[in-house]
Design a binder for this molecule. Structure first.
Ligand code: SF4
Ligand code: SF4
Length: 372
């Protein structure tokens, strides 16, 4: 395992972190629940192989309870990260109440990295700053209940930058970054330069990248598997301290530890050959949709940008099965109208609004033929 500086904390963290959001499940009395014994076995194997960072969240069902049990004999050697939902807090004291509840669920006296979960800049302004939740966190730090305050975010990179500019009290940030989604690169560099450790979630694209060996073929024998390529790609970025992978089998642990132990990053030549391979496929196959949503809403509820993204997964990255299965799940709910491409009545309203001048009607027809 390779270990990296973790921002300005002085900690050497394993490049691979254990993500406990997708622990193995079992069916009991018709209910699917986390398989505690198997989860602990897998978590312990990762610790034995050198992983020293584990990440859970209040919102991951029983994950905190299982992680707490797995940590019993390991707590002194492992850094524990969890997350608190703050978007629905109305009073400052709720922060303390939730923290105490989480300490109880985890069965620990202190949490190493306490993340404000999935904050947007708007939540940062209207909840964190307005309710002074960071002050409450500082108080908990003085009492030793948490060691560091962190945040995770899925907001736009420009908004993450604003959180970084105003959030001097954060020790680390958790954000999305992988071969399919490199939008956060500038924000990651900004965090690194401020001494805020960068932890990456979804290094294997939330599992999306595992179902294609197309990119590995593009690397011409320099990597063995797509998860290895995906993880090494993330760890080749000098701003990254830790890549968290949600692991639920022993094989995944062994394979990810092997990939995270390869010290030499992908070379510049390898990265540019990969970029060239993706660029070439994009130029030939990609629907140039930027997901700007100017074409929405469609009067028939056709989920235009989502459908085009899935089509691009299939054609550019070879993720056809995944794209077909996600396409099959597109459906309207009581609150949101979201329909497949065959609901299009060819009214043409969307095409007039598309800045990319995409022949939306024609492309939708092709998408349904290929994914439907
Ligand atoms: S052309 Fe089809 S997709 Fe576009 S707005 Fe009309 S119904 Fe919706
Ligand atoms: S307007 Fe064009 S580019 Fe924007 S989401 Fe719609 S199809 Fe994509």
């Amino acid at each position: 395992m390779q270990y990296r500086d973790f921002g300005r904390t002085g900690i050497k963290m394993s490049a691979l972190g254990f993500g406990a959001m997708r622990l193995p499940h079992e069916e009991k009395d018709g209910v699917s629940r986390i398989n505690t014994e198997e989860s602990i076995r897998i978590i312990h194997r990762s610790f034995e192989l050198g992983v020293n960072y584990i990440d859970t969240a209040f919102g991951y069902g029983e994950s905190e309870i299982v992680v707490g049990k797995a940590l019993r004999k390991w707590k002194k050697r492992i850094y524990l990260s969890t997350k608190v939902p703050v978007w629905n807090m109305e009073k400052r004291k709720e922060f303390r109440q939730k923290l105490e509840e989480q300490l109880g669920r985890l069965g620990v006296s202190s949490i190493d990295f306490y993340h404000l979960h999935g904050i947007s800049y708007e939540i940062f302004e209207n909840k964190v700053k307005k309710l002074k939740l960071h002050k409450e966190a500082m108080k908990a730090m003085d009492e030793g209940l948490i060691k560091h305050l962190s945040f995770s975010s899925h907001d736009k990179p420009s908004m993450i930058m604003k959180i970084l500019e105003e959030g001097d009290f954060f020790s680390s940030m958790l954000c999305q970054y992988n071969l399919l989604d490199r939008a956060n690169e500038d924000a990651m560099e900004a965090a690194y330069r401020k001494g805020i450790a960068v932890v990456v979630m979804g290094p294997v694209g939330g599992g999306r990248l595992t179902s294609s060996d197309l990119l590995v073929r593009g690397m011409k024998g320099n990597v063995r598997t797509t998860p290895e390529l995906a993880l090494r790609f993330v760890l080749s970025n000098p701003w990254v301290s830790v890549a968290i992978s949600g692991m639920n089998t022993m094989e995944m642990v062994e394979e990810n530890v092997r990939a995270a132990s390869i010290r030499r990053p992908l070379t510049k030549a390898q990265l540019s050959s990969l970029e060239e391979f993706i660029r070439e496929r994009k130029s030939k196959k990609e629907i140039p949709c930027t997901s700007c949503e100017y074409c929405m809403p469609c009067p028939r509820g056709v989920a235009i940008p989502q459908i085009f993204q899935l089509m691009n997964y299939a054609t550019v990255y070879g993720l056809k099965e995944l794209a077909r299965s996600r396409y099959g799940k597109i459906a309207s709910t009581d609150k949101v109208k979201r329909e497949k491409a065959d609901s299009c009545v060819e009214c043409g309203a969307c095409e007039k609004k598309c800045p990319q001048k995409i022949g939306i009607i024609r492309e939708l027809r092709k998408c349904h033929k290929s994914l439907g």
